[in-house]
Ligand binder design. Structure first.
Ligand code: MG
Length: 396
């Protein structure tokens, strides 16, 4: 028998709304919604707001007309980051193997902890849930199984049950339950299957997770590649993507380089900064991170350093957003009377971008920029690096 992983997914319920209620207990039991930056749309809802029928991502101007009794709050992200840190650090009391997946989710590898805590894994996740609730005041749901994909599925179940019965917040999918759970799970509800893939699979009469795992390996590999095949085995309880505590997010990402010659050409330096920005953003996207701040640095011929930094209104990882700020910073510090030897760009205050709550911050403009940047990555993948540059004036 192969060695199996024991993986738990801890996911904070209605995270941003819960944080607001924690800071203002008068909100408890009331329908509360948190709005995206510039109050564009709804990005988190308390259970009471959900029960009224307020939808995730709904534009604020529509929601406030339709749901007049709901309390709408502007987001307070430093506060959410702070509470997220408290929750995450609690998890390390149980295992060093914690993979912080987003601001409100983390995977835990619990293998072996049963002996340490002298209880079953189910008892342990219940203990974790209660302790987070008691010590921090945040409700979490925890799914337990043998792979991340199954833990995610279990966690969704835990949330579903928790809505009706707030005393329950954990759910386990053991080996004996896998088959039945896969039969009940719609293909589009599986983590990692997007709308397009689900539509494709449905054309092949695959409508449940069970149908998917019944396909032979060669077919899955041909249609969905290795990712698809990994997904099949994850669903069968064999972790292909174990918990990776190393994946804990870097604090910043920096790219710098020296110029070929000393220069004081504005255009030349901006082009270099744009190039570094692209490399920084590409790395952010690769790691699924977004950045809340950016700094730039110019080093003079005499090794004197000029630098400046600023924040984004909303976390981003697109060149097009970065370049606007980079250009402003550059104008702030550039002195045409000096000669420069190198420059650099650094993305600061990184958080996971992979979270639906975060991606919904994106205003239309940012979303467009995001799409352009993704297209850029694809073109580079196909034709190699440096086929495209942002012109110096592209963003004026
Ligand atoms: Mg959550």
């Amino acid at each position: 028998m192969p060695k199996y992983n024991i993986i738990a997914l801890v996911d904070c319920n209605n995270f941003f709304a819960s944080c607001e209620i924690l800071f203002n207990p008068e909100l408890k039991g009331k329908p509360v919604c948190v709005l995206s930056n510039n109050d564009g749309c709804i990005i988190a809802r308390s259970n009471e707001a959900k029960a009224l029928g307020v939808k995730m991502g709904m534009p604020y101007f529509m929601a406030k007309k339709q749901f007049k009794n709901v309390i709408y709050l502007s987001g307070n992200h430093p506060r959410y980051n702070e509470i997220s840190k408290r929750v995450m650090s609690k998890l390390y009391d149980y295992t060093p193997s914690v993979e912080v997946y987003s601001i409100d989710e983390a995977f835990l590898d619990l293998c072996g902890t049963r002996k340490l805590f002298r209880c079953s894994y189910e008892e342990l996740i219940e203990k974790i849930r209660k302790e987070i609730k008691e010590d921090i005041g945040i409700d979490v749901s925890i799914g337990l199984s043998y792979s991340k994909t199954l833990a995610k599925l279990a966690c969704e179940k835990a949330k579903e049950i928790g809505k009706k019965n707030p005393d329950i917040g954990t759910y386990k999918i053991g080996f004996r339950e896998i088959k039945n759970e896969l039969r009940l799970a719609k293909i589009e509800d599986i983590w990692g299957i997007g709308a397009n893939t689900a539509a494709l699979l449905r054309k092949h009469y695959i409508s449940s997770a069970y149908d998917f795992t019944s396909q032979n390996d060669a077919w899955i590999k041909r249609v969905l590649g290795k990712v698809g095949l990994d997904l099949k085995y994850e669903l069968l309880g064999e972790a292909q993507n174990p918990v990776n505590p190393e994946k804990t997010l870097p604090k910043s990402i920096q790219k710098t380089a020296s110029f070929a010659n000393f220069t004081n050409s504005k255009e030349y330096i901006i082009n270099a900064l744009n190039y570094h920005t692209h490399r920084v953003c590409k790395k952010l996207r690769h790691l699924d991170l977004v950045s809340s701040g950016v700094s730039i640095m110019l080093r003079t011929k005499d090794f004197y350093i000029l630098s400046a930094k600023t924040n984004f209104e909303t976390p981003v990882n697109s060149e097009f957003e970065f370049n606007l700020k980079v250009k402003e910073l550059f104008e702030e510090i550039f002195n045409p009377n000096l000669n420069y030897r190198s420059c650099g760009v650094c993305a600061l205050k990184l958080t996971s971008g992979n979270n639906c709550q975060l991606s919904l911050f994106n205003s239309e403009r940012i979303e467009k920029a995001q799409k352009l940047s993704d297209a850029w990555d694809k073109i580079e993948e196909k034709f190699g690096r440096a086929k495209i540059h942002l012109g110096t004036n592209a963003l004026n």
